[in-house]
Write a protein that binds this ligand. Structure first.
Ligand code: 4FM
Length: 265
């Protein structure tokens, strides 16, 4: 069964590019991912269809009202039931959430999906969160103006893992994080790049930039070892905590440890 995302948002138009460009467009066309957008304002009442109000206790900004959110979620539950879909977990995007990881993305990619709540304004009435949100997820330690970009990020990360979405089934096995390490560098044609030295505007020919010779050797075991060592080097330099975590999981071989021990950082 395809992964289903029900997205609660005040700005469904922000999701249009997902359906019109790139690999996510193909996934949408082939129904590998089923994204349903729910305009929260349609579940607000009164002439003004208010979805926000001032915070009790005072202070700046507005709070998203609990009642439109509950009515919207009820409509989603009814729709899921009518489609014989399972009851999907409710995810809220917030800087207070647990950091999103490739591991969680892989779990979500196995289905059945989630209800994604995109907040706006200063916050959501806590009573909605307490009663209905199963999981708060953060994209990082910075503040956005709403949850739509995090929702698009999650949908994108899950979509590219669906069977048949990437051209090459193996191409996400070597992604950064898939084995807990950062990705190795990649090279393609031309084999020798005639360029200018960096920062040099003189027009004089600069150093040639060649492809690492091992990649031209045709020796698959040597290439695999070189790539592994590049992953280890880059990860040790940029994200040393990922090396410690891989070691704790028992995923570093003796050969890996020897390579790391002779690295001068
Ligand atoms: C969240 C705005 C809730 C309004 C936000 C409400 C964020 C992050 C983020 C902004 N989400 N990772 N960082 N959201 O900044 O996930 Cl009500």
């Amino acid at each position: 069964m395809a992964v289903r995302f029900d997205v609660i948002t005040l700005f469904p138009e922000l999701f249009a590019p997902f359906q019109s460009v790139g690999v996510t467009r193909r996934a949408f066309e082939t129904k590998a991912v089923d994204v349903r957008l729910w305009q929260l304002r349609e579940f607000a009442e009164g002439v003004y269809r208010r979805v926000d109000d001032r915070p009790f206790g005072g202070g700046p900004g507005m709070v998203m009202l609990v009642e439109p959110l509950v009515r919207c979620l009820s409509a989603i539950r009814a729709d899921q039931q009518a489609a014989a879909a399972p009851r999907l977990p409710v995810v809220l995007f917030s800087p207070a959430g647990k950091p999103l990881t490739q591991q969680r993305v892989q779990q979500l990619a196995e289905g059945p999906g989630a209800v994604l709540v995109c907040g706006r304004y200063e916050g959501i009435d806590q009573r909605f969160i307490d009663a209905h949100v199963d999981e708060e997820v953060s994209l990082g330690d910075y503040v956005l103006s709403g949850g739509e970009l995090p929702a698009l990020t999650l949908i994108d990360a899950v979509t590219r893992l669906q069977p048949g979405v990437l051209h090459d089934a193996a191409s996400h096995e070597q992604d950064s994080f898939s084995d807990g390490l950062l990705d190795c560098p990649h090279y393609s044609r031309p084999e020798v790049l005639q360029g200018l030295a960096e920062g040099d505007d003189s027009g004089a020919p600069g150093a040639e930039a060649a492809v690492p010779p091992v990649l031209m050797s045709g020796h698959h075991a040597h290439i695999a070892r070189w790539r592994r060592e590049q992953q280890l080097r880059i990860t040790a330099q940029r994200r040393p905590e990922l090396i410690d975590a891989a070691r704790a999981r028992g995923e570093l071989s003796k050969q890996d440890e020897h390579f790391l021990s002779q690295l001068t950082l």
